[in-house]
Design a protein around this ligand. Sequence first.
Ligand code: C5P
Length: 218
Amino acid sequence: IHIPVITIDGPTASGKGTVAHRVAKHLGFHYLDSGALYRLTALSAKRKGVDLEDEEQLALLASFLPCRFSRGHVLLDDEDVTDLVRAEEVGVAASKIAVLPALREALVNLQVSFRQLPGLVADGRDMGTVIFPDATQKIYLTASVEARAQRRYKQLIEKGFSANMEDLVKDLTERDARDSARATAPLKPAPGAYILDTSDMSVELAVQTVLDLYAKSA
Ligand code: C5P
């Protein structure tokens, strides 16, 4: 049987997570936050003292990642790390290790296993290009670097982290460059992806647009 998948790829803080989560909820689909897997691997590496350039050890960590996802919470070794994995420094570490091909390969099966009935919404950088090339509907969600920095700023402050706009713009620009320039699974719109620029768009409208596109494609 064919299990429908909606892929939502795009740069850091483009609103993918929020949109993907809401679309999944609306359709009653499962949700894969693939970035969380890279973040969990980075966090796990930090705790185990594994060097962020040690590809072999990182791949090993990733293939036996003791993580669970339940009702919007992320657990690592049974500890609730939902907020911790969202920290900016963990995101930066995640984007550094995400350039390593063996690590990416080690996460493929785990990501594919999220494809279950009645369907899946997957967000990340390479969902439509590498992990689910046969997706039902592919979206490339983007927004200007300023709009994204502003959103990330709000998110971080709301979560009780400290944040600085200038640093955020710099971080985002660097991370975009790293994600787009890497040789393995670089960030780019998948063939056939619908490009949705949300710089001046409400979350509600972005969600509705994705739902409409899916309704037409399904
Ligand atoms: O999406 P999020 O910011 O949580 O992802 C953290 C980092 O993990 C990204 O900056 C990116 O480098 C990497 N990532 C990736 N491929 C994915 C998801 C995330 O390379 N599918």
